[in-house]
Structures are given as C-alpha cells and as structure tokens.
Design a protein around this ligand. Structure first.
Ligand code: THG
Length: 367
C-alpha cells in the first residue's frame, strides 16, 4: 500500500488535527473524506475498544439535510421502511433503494423535526439522487450537505466519558434516540448510536470551530478512563455483523439479500421508490443472502476484492470482508451465499489470495 496524496478533493475534517496528533497510522477515503482505519494496530485498537472507550472521527458520515414542508414526504419516497410512527428525537437505520430495489445506501435517518431531517450516509453520493428526486417530483424542500461532522464515542466506558463532558442527562438517552445537550454554550445533537456493538454515542458537530475543543475536552476528561483515539474497527464490526456499503453490498443487491428485510415494511411504505420491485423479492424471497462465515487457518490478508466461495467447481457466493478475530480464534467473515448453500454449518472453500481455505457458514454473527 502506498501513501495517500493529500488534496483539496480529499477532504480533511474538523478533527483531523487531533487524529494526527494521536498518531493515526492509516486512512481510507469515505464520502471523499479522510477516515482513519488504524491507530496502534487493528488488533490493539480492537482489544482497547472492547475494554475502554474511544473517540472516533467519523465526520465522513456526511449528512444530507432535508428541510421544508415536503421533507417527510421525500424521506418516505427514499426508503421502504415505514416512517409513519417515527417521532422527532428518533434515529432509524434505513435502507435506501433505487427503482429496481437495488441498495443505494444504508444511512441512519435522524428526525430533527417534522420538516427537518438529517440522513447520515454511508459511502455513496446519495445527495445527487435525493436532489434529483426533489426536483423531479417538484417537492417543496431544500436538499443540501450541511457542514455537520459526527464524532463517535464508543466502548464500555462511553457513558462515563460522555457524562463527564455533557452531564448525567446523557445517560438517559435511549438507543437510536437523541437529545440536545450543551457543550461550552453550544447546543449539540447527541445520539446513542454508532458503528460498533460496544455501545456509545454520536455527537453531530455543526461547523468546524467546535471540533477540536470537543475532541480535546473528551481526551482530557477521559484520561482516567484510558480514552484513546480510535476508529471503526474491521474485526469488531465483522464480529458484530455491521455491514459496509460498497464492500458487503452494492446497488446490485436488494435489502432482503443484505439481511435488511427487517428494516423494510414494503407493504405499508406507500409511495416509496422501488416498492413494486421489492414486493416481488419479498414474496419470492431472495436467492442469495448475507451470511457470517468462519474461515479456517491462520490470519487471512485484507479483503480488497471479492473472494469466490466454491462448492466443488461451482461458485456459490463470495466473501466481502474478513479478519482474524483474537477473541474467537478464527477468521471471521461476511459474505453473500446462494440459497442452496446458505444453511448453518455448510462447508465451502474460499479462494483467498493466500490460497484456498475451508470456510463454514454460520447462522449468526458473533456479537
Ligand atoms: N452512524 C451514523 N451514520 C452512519 C453510520 C453510523 N453512516 C454510515 C454508516 N454508519 C451507515 N451504516 C450503518 C450500519 C449499521 C448501523 C448504522 C449505520 C447500525 N446497526 C445496528 C445493528 O445492525 O445492530 C442497529 C440497527 C437498528 O437496530 O436500528 O447501527 O454508524 N450516524
């Protein structure tokens, strides 16, 4: 792997100075923005995340803001999840699909008010799809990307660290809800959410001025809690079955293939784009689906292309994410497997760059 060339197109974040001072070792690019991937080592970061608390620069989880009388109508056009009972103060994980039922993104929708939403997007240029729909449907809504940068606090000690900075009220915020809390005289949206299974919060920081003051306040308050800079951890998110758009699924996949059928209410999400296509796959059922898999042998290399899953000479799927799990003492993986071979315990062969390996389909993820 070669170094990344800095440029104005590859956006820095309000927390980049802190990330650099903390000794970031590698970045990836996500929504045209820097996303740290390693601080000490992926394994050390993993153990620390499961034991203590980390502060993550996830500013690359960019917001698409919908503002105006038709914001709610546009939001329901975008997703097959039924939003009718969603209240301001709630966050929903929402599949976004195109007219064929193909996944365009899997963001977190944040309902700020009836007429104001943030869509906290995964790595695809969803802004243009949404702008196009708002224009084409002649909706009374403004669609833009505000300068809002999430900072995540994740790990078993996240409640204590957040309480030290935002006060004890943060402890009462429920999962996938948010509250408005004060930081140095500024109102911030603080949600109990985040891209790990260790628990924690996401602070939606508006503008860049408060980025480093907040980063520094968390680092200072967390000294006695062994706080460290961290980032979404490959091993932990595979164990937890958290999907990565562009890796584990693309616009070729329906939400049902991605195991996101539970976030679709295609019958009642009247008017959503892709409804007819999804009603068909929901009725028939998908013919391939995301599965957890175990890969035998020593640590596999990083998965930067799909690895074929074989049964004899026949290709029956592919692995899209894989890593050595120190806790489970095996390689944990996420793949897409054909129906004929997706049952728990099915033995397959995976063609890794390190040679063929035995792989076993698992019913559940590890977390
Ligand atoms: N937080 C915010 N924005 C994001 C992410 C995030 N944008 C990009 C990316 N992550 C979007 N993808 C996901 C994937 C999984 C989850 C959230 C965003 C997630 N899933 C939980 C699970 O599957 O267990 C909970 C889902 C639920 O029960 O509603 O949290 O992380 N702001």
């Amino acid at each position: 792997m070669t170094l990344i060339s800095p440029s104005r197109r590859l956006r820095r974040t309000p927390f980049s100075d802190g990330v650099e001072a903390a000794g970031v070792k590698a970045y990836t690019v996500y929504n045209h923005m820097l996303l740290p991937t390693v601080f000490r080592s992926v394994e050390e970061d993993y153990h620390h995340l499961k034991q203590a608390v980390q502060v993550w620069d996830v500013a690359c989880e960019r917001q698409v803001e919908l503002r105006g009388p038709d914001a709610g109508r546009l939001m329901q056009l975008l997703t097959p999840r039924d939003l009718r009972s969603m209240l301001p103060g709630q966050c929903y994980y929402v599949p976004i699909v195109d007219e064929t039922g193909g996944m365009l993104n899997d963001p977190v929708a944040v309902k700020l008010a009836e007429d104001r939403w943030w869509i906290s997007i995964a790595d695809s240029d969803l802004l243009y799809w949404i702008k196009g729909l708002a224009y084409g449907y002649r909706l009374d809504v403004l669609v833009d990307e505000p300068d809002v940068s999430p900072l995540a606090v994740q790990g078993p000690r996240a409640d204590d660290l957040m309480a030290a900075v935002f006060g004890d009220a943060v402890r009462d915020v429920r999962f996938f809800r948010f509250a408005h809390l004060d930081f140095q005289g500024h109102d911030m949206v603080v949600a109990r959410s985040g891209y790990s299974k260790q628990g924690g919060f996401e602070i939606y920081v508006e503008g860049e001025d408060l980025g480093m003051p907040l980063w520094n306040a968390l680092m200072e308050a967390g000294k006695s809690m062994d706080v460290h800079a961290g980032c979404p951890n490959l091993i932990e998110r595979i164990e937890g079955g958290l999907l990565s758009y562009g890796n584990d699924m693309t616009d070729d996949n329906t939400p049902h293939e991605c195991g996101l059928g539970k976030f679709c209410n295609t019958q009642t999400a009247i008017g959503c784009i892709g409804r007819d296509a999804l009603l068909r796959v929901a009725k028939e059922g998908p013919v391939k689906q995301i599965r957890a898999l175990e890969i035998d042998g020593p640590a596999v290399p990083g998965c930067d292309r799909w690895w074929p899953l074989k049964h004899g000479a026949k290709t029956v799927g592919r692995i899209s994410s894989a890593a050595w799990s120190p806790d489970f003492k095996t390689n944990v993986a996420i793949g897409m497997v054909r129906m004929t071979h997706w049952n728990d315990g099915t033995e397959l062969t995976v063609e890794t760059p390190a040679g063929p390996r035995q792989a076993k389909v698992r019913r559940n993820f590890w977390a």
